[in-house]
Design a protein around this ligand. Structure first.
Ligand code: PMP
Length: 413
């Protein structure tokens, strides 16, 4: 029985499960777009570990590099050089078009890195007096669970009881370029960075109005503020481009990568920037024991190669369109229940109409979807995010739309 299984693992696991209110299923095997529970039941994964498995679970090429590198060497620490990091650095900077990369491990750590970088840049290049630099972030944002990252957040659940937070922090409405301009006008000479997600993932796949990213670029250039794109969830082809900012032809000053950079195999994150910005941090001022380790570097190279060679960005565009068309059909059949189908590439959400649902929540629907072999996770009471591996095929998308329709038809009170 699942409850007993979860609780039986250890007190710590039970607590963790509680913290994250997961859908009650235990994964014991995974391959490409599928996962299996311990009883051997097969499911389609429509979360891909919050977009960390863009390449599909246990991709053979990534696994083979992992095993090979494990047999060679796994860790040098940053006290010494290793032979794999320079190859990764060359690869990632060339692919994304930046001069330098600073390697970290998790997304939140890379966000912290970018915040430190922005403050240091503000101090050194913009002449902001020490301790006076301001970072602006967006309401609805999610940048991770560390203290710096939650200091950027307006979300009560993420922040309640964890204060005091980072000083030098201002918040602005996401998608509102005029509001950003007003803040820049008032505080511009103290603002070091504007941190944002091109599409807000955890907020429920919120797309900004068209032209927003371009306006942000213009404003950041005009007021000499670092434009810092957190592409941890939207990057690595998830939205149909290597970076979501490419949809508006915009080049941020700093890009944060994570999740799928490790191919769903290892935690690998990175901050990209040009020399003028990156060199504000000098040796001894920042680092991580595991950042840039040879195993992570080798895996990340393979993870990026798979994305490019398997044309996963193009697939995300094509399959994303199919997904939205299929779910729009479901919406047309159930307009009372589905309020909106939205997304870009394979980062999509179905928003439910709270009124039409009576007491049923997105969580209940996800539980029922699970019974029908589809795994998705709500971001809110009324929003279900769908972010499958980018290797997903048309038939599998149809399976999900069919299951969703069946849940609405048969499983709701
Ligand atoms: N930034 C964004 C946009 C994210 O979506 C996430 C994770 N959901 C993070 C940062 C944090 O990444 P991690 O969980 O690896 O720390």
């Amino acid at each position: 029985e699942l409850g007993a299984h979860t609780l039986g693992l250890s007190g710590g696991t039970a607590l963790l499960s509680f913290c994250y209110h997961p859908i009650p299923i235990v994964f014991s095997k995974a391959k490409d777009v599928h996962v299996w529970d311990p009883e051997g039941r097969k499911y389609l994964d429509f979360l891909s570990a919050y977009s960390a498995v863009n390449q599909g679970h246990c991709h053979p090429r990534i696994l083979s590099v992992l095993v090979q590198q494990c047999q060679q060497m796994t860790l040098s620490s940053r006290a010494f050089y290793n032979d794999k990091f320079p190859i990764f650095a060359k690869h990632v900077t060339k692919l994304f078009g930046y001069e330098m990369v600073l390697p970290m491990n998790t997304g939140a750590e890379a966000v912290e890195t970018a915040l430190k970088l922005a403050r240091k840049w503000g101090y050194e290049r913009k002449g902001i007096p020490t301790n006076e630099g301001v970072i602006i972030s967006c309401c609805g944002c999610f940048h991770g669970r560390t203290l710096g990252a939650i200091s950027m957040s307006c979300d009560n659940e993420a922040t309640r009881g964890f204060g005091p937070f980072l000083p030098g922090q201002l918040k602005v409405e996401f998608g509102n370029a005029d509001a950003l301009k007003t803040i820049f006008e008032v505080h511009g000479n103290k603002v070091a960075g504007f941190l944002f997600e091109p599409i807000q993932g955890e907020a429920g796949v919120i797309l900004p109005p068209k032209g927003y990213l371009q306006s942000v670029r213009e404003l950041c250039s005009k007021y000499n503020v670092l434009m810092i794109a957190d592409e941890v969830q939207t990057g690595i082809a998830r939205t149909g481009k290597l970076l979501a900012c490419e949809w508006e032809g915009v080049r941020p000053d700093v890009v944060i990568l994570g999740k799928a950079l490790g191919g769903g195999v290892l935690p690998v994150s990175a901050v990209l920037a040009d020399k003028d910005v990156m060199l504000c941090i000098r040796p001894g001022e920042h680092g991580s024991t595991f950042g840039g380790n040879p195993l992570a570097s080798a895996v990340a190279i393979a993870a990026l190669e798979v994305v490019v060679e398997e044309k996963l960005a193009e697939r995300a565009v094509e399959m994303g369109q199919v997904f939205r068309n299929q779910f729009l059909d479901v919406q047309n059949a159930y307009p009372d229940i589905i309020r909106e189908v939205r997304g870009q590439g394979l980062l999509n959400a179905v928003e439910l109409n709270a009124k039409g649902l009576s007491s049923v929540s997105a969580f209940d629907i996800c539980q029922q979807l699970k019974e029908r072999g589809i795994l998705a996770k709500p971001t809110h009471d009324t929003i279900i995010r769908f972010s499958p591996p980018l290797t997903i095929r048309l038939e599998e998308l149809s399976e999900a739309a069919k299951a969703f329709k069946e849940v609405l038809e048969h499983d709701l009170p």
